[in-house]
Design a protein around this ligand. Structure first.
Ligand code: KIV
Length: 265
């Protein structure tokens, strides 16, 4: 369903949780299109899980557009949010409009996501909404600011920090964000923000009381055997499945078992 008012309806708050998963390519998007998952996020986490960088900072707008187009082809009916990457919107309102506009025009996504809660970000959210671009916010551990935080660390701990997050959450909601991701914050703060805000919160490492949850697809599928942050539940062990499958393929080639008659013309 591609209706922001239905997928991210504030009326779902306290009644029905929203499920969101990241995706970066056509083949996985096709599988997701066969599930009931509410929404897809083409996250700039692709800079880490697809490109192998240590942060999301190197990702470009062209790369995000490339991946979002592929996801849209695989999931024509899903509500797709696409991340605007680092330095594609922070320099000026005009550049933010152009980047968001390119993303919407070239990929057929349904909304964009931007990080932060400053006055500048609020102004950008408000203007984007006015020109027809739905915006999802992102607070807490905002990975594009990882170097300011000194690593992928929990945010919003302590009175001052949690009060700041609540202020910013209120501000981006007032500015017109239809929803926001809350990443790596104490569960109590996730609960408080979700109760206070009029728009749905989507948590990742923000406790069970957010209005929805998002995970990186490759993380929930267990592709990386060594990645096990506290907030992550692995719903499959694809690492072992892929390793075994490729191992068996290799063995059968060596033993000349594959290809046999069944796989020959
Ligand atoms: O880039 C991403 O995948 C994200 C999610 C982790 C929320 O922003």
């Amino acid at each position: 369903m591609r209706n922001v008012h239905k997928v991210y309806s504030p009326e779902k708050k306290g009644k029905e949780k929203i499920s969101v998963v990241t995706c970066y390519d056509y083949s996985f998007a096709k599988i997701l299109s066969e599930t009931d998952v509410d929404s897809i996020l083409v996250g700039d986490s692709l800079g880490m899980v697809i490109q192998g960088n240590t942060s999301t900072l190197p990702v470009t707008l062209d790369e995000m557009i490339y991946h979002t187009k592929a996801v849209r082809r695989g999931a024509p009916d899903k509500f797709i949010v696409a991340d605007l990457p680092f330095l594609s919107y922070q320099t000026s309102i005009e550049e933010g409009i152009r980047s968001a506009g390119r993303m919407m025009k070239e990929t057929d996504c349904d909304a964009v996501k931007i990080e932060g809660g400053s006055d500048f970000i609020c102004e950008l959210i408000s203007i984007l909404k006015q020109i027809g671009v739905p915006v999802m916010g992102h607070l807490g551990l905002t990975p594009q600011s990882v170097h300011v935080f000194g690593g992928h660390k929990i945010q919003g701990k302590g009175e001052e920090s949690s009060a700041k997050l609540l202020r910013e959450a209120e501000a981006i909601s007032e500015a017109g964000a239809f929803s926001m991701v809350l990443e790596m914050i104490p569960a109590e703060l996730g609960k408080k923000a979700s109760l206070e805000l009029g728009v749905p919160t989507i948590g990742i490492g923000a406790g069970p009381d957010c209005d929805g949850q998002v995970l990186v697809l490759y993380d929930l599928l267990g592709l990386d055997a060594n990645f096990q942050p506290k907030f992550l539940k692995k719903f499959a062990d694809l690492h072992s499945i892929v390793k075994n499958a490729v191992g068996n393929f290799h063995k059968e080639i060596k033993s000349e078992e594959f290809p046999g008659k069944d796989h020959s013309f």
